[in-house]
Design a protein around this ligand. Structure first.
Ligand SMILES: [Zn+2]
Length: 194
């Protein structure tokens, strides 16, 4: 086994959901059952686009892109439960750990611009963003719009609520994408959302 941490884990057991049930951010109640904890998988399976091979972001670089500049692109895929969900990706294939200095230098300012463009949509109070990176190797940051006043959607469970809430109408999704793209393009780059 790989570490003391791994040796301590209760493989095969179902942990109690009790620490989360009743928490104001937890979207489930009643008899919630936690899945049994799986053993680690080593070596880990490869992610999509590992080493730049068969990367879906590189093979269709403009698919779902609503804005881009010389370095970055913002993608919005399809209507979902939140007012707006998007990913920011470098136009070239990099991981976080090998992003070149010219991209790390613009990452912070670009996050700030994207967060503001999304937050300025009418139903939105705050833009959450995060990086998981377990699906695709091509670096991508998720942006999730937290609707105004919806206090249950604070924190990490917002990603669960995005799947649980009814998807917004397609026209509204398109209109939001256009507004975000236009707001970004005001300060550089080009809007691609029709
Ligand atoms: Zn790629």
């Amino acid at each position: 086994m790989t570490s003391d941490y791994h040796r301590r884990l209760p493989y095969g057991e179902r942990r109690s959901a009790e620490p989360l049930v009743g928490h104001p951010f937890f979207p489930f109640e009643g008899d919630v059952q936690v899945v049994p904890l799986d053993e680690p998988v080593l070596p880990e399976p490869t992610r999509g686009g590992e080493g730049g091979e068969d990367c879906w972001s590189c093979s269709e670089p403009d698919k779902d892109a609503i804005w881009r500049d010389a370095q970055w692109k913002l993608k919005a895929r399809k209507p979902s439960g939140l007012p707006f969900v998007a990913t920011l990706e470098p136009r070239d294939h990099y991981r976080l750990d090998n992003l070149p200095p010219e991209l790390t230098a613009t990452l912070g300012p670009t996050i700030q611009r994207v967060a503001k463009a999304i937050q300025d949509l009418d139903p939105v109070a705050r833009t959450h963003f995060n990086r998981w990176g377990d699906g695709s190797e091509h670096f991508h940051l998720w942006f999730l719009a937290r609707p105004l006043g919806m206090m249950q959607l604070r924190g990490a469970m917002i990603a669960i609520w995005d799947d649980l809430l009814p998807a917004i109408p397609a026209e509204e999704f398109t209109a939001n994408a256009r507004r975000v793209a236009a707001a970004l393009a005001e300060h550089g780059g080009e809007a691609l959302a029709g």
